[in-house]
Write a protein that binds this ligand. Structure first.
Ligand SMILES: Nc1ncnc2c1ncn2[C@@H]1O[C@H](COP(=O)(O)OP(=O)(O)O)[C@@H](O)[C@H]1O
Ligand SMILES: [Mg+2]
Length: 293
């Protein structure tokens, strides 16, 4: 199973180039699309989901030519957009049952079993009688997953599903995605590095409509092993350090000093200690190197 994206471009009428020659090959498993706001993530996902057309390029999912045969793609697609409309005043159980009728599951007993299974997978059984309308953000996102699973999708696209969720809700959501994403291709966009670290076996970093890096998270941290250095500096010295070194990030300590993380081939100077690379470092390096261009 493979999703192949070739040379996708898209410029909006306001001249913003949201996709700038995007090419990607995505296999089975969890793929994280990581990038800041405005990177082009939603544009890319809507394009793959056939909601909007690119200016040029190609998309193939297995033997489906996606931009030519949109209908075939939609049959195997489960898409959860970044924001979706309001729900009618119906319980999760009623709504799913209704969607199952629309999908053509005509046998009542079969439908009941299906709905029950979806509620169980998405951890919504104990709130199945409540109106989806009144659900919390995290519950709504999980309901969105239950809904898209009705399609038995081979390709699942979820656009920034963890944005705005509190830590507990976020964790519950990641658990659900982890469970449903085993036999298909899941593309998951986020601006939170932690999401990718916890969930994805492959990832791409995107900004300014471009794919800056496509690499497996484990390989990504290996690549910069031995090149990440930390040092505690005084608050007043931060600016100087940022001018002198390739500072990726900084964190306050309780004693009001600041730990800076620096990316450098060799020890950058006195007082620096080598430290284990993290996925955040990979992300910041990619964004910084792009800024320099
Ligand atoms: N319909 C649109 N019309 C004009 N510009 C848009 C439209 N949608 C998105 N953009 C712009 O395209 C860029 C990429 O947006 P988007 O794909 O939403 O990125 P992301 O999902 O990574 O935040 C942004 O600069 C955004 O303002
Ligand atoms: Mg978006």
């Amino acid at each position: 199973m493979e999703l192949l994206i070739k040379n996708l471009t898209k410029t909006y009428s306001n001249k913003v180039k949201a996709l700038d020659d995007v090419s990607l090959k995505i296999g089975v498993g969890m793929f994280g699309l990581l990038g800041p706001n405005g990177a082009g993530k939603s544009t890319l996902m809507r394009t793959i989901a056939t909601i909007q057309s690119p200016d040029s390029g190609e998309i193939h999912f297995n033997d489906i030519d996606v931009l030519v045969d949109q209908l075939s793609l939609r049959k195997v697609l489960g898409y959860l957009p970044q924001s979706f409309g309001v729900y009618p005043k119906m319980s999760a159980e009623q709504l799913l049952n209704y969607f199952a009728v629309l999908k053509g599951v005509n046998n009542k007993a079969e439908r009941k079993e299906l709905v029950n299974e979806l509620l169980e997978i998405t951890n919504l059984l104990d709130v199945k009688k409540k109106n989806v309308d009144g659900y919390s953000g995290g519950m709504k996102q999980r309901f969105g997953i239950a809904q898209l699973l009705l399609n038995d999708p081979k390709l699942i696209i979820v656009d920034e599903p963890t944005a705005g969720l509190d830590p507990a809700e976020r964790q519950r959501f990641l658990n659900v995605i982890r469970e449903v994403g085993t036999n298909c291709t899941v593309i998951f966009s986020t601006h939170i590095v932690e999401d990718v670290r916890e969930l994805c076996n492959d990832m791409a970093i995107m900004n300014g409509g471009k794919i800056l890096k496509h690499i497996r998270p484990v390989e990504a941290t290996k690549e910069i092993s031995g090149k990440i250095w930390i040092k505690a500096v005084k608050r007043d010295d931060l600016e100087k350090a940022e001018q002198k070194h390739n500072v990726l990030s900084s964190n306050y300590n309780v004693d009001n000093t600041i730990n800076i993380r620096v990316y450098n081939e060799k020890k950058p100077g006195l007082g620096f200690k080598k430290t284990e690379p993290q996925l955040d470092d990979v992300y910041f390096i990619a964004l910084k190197e792009d800024q320099k261009k």
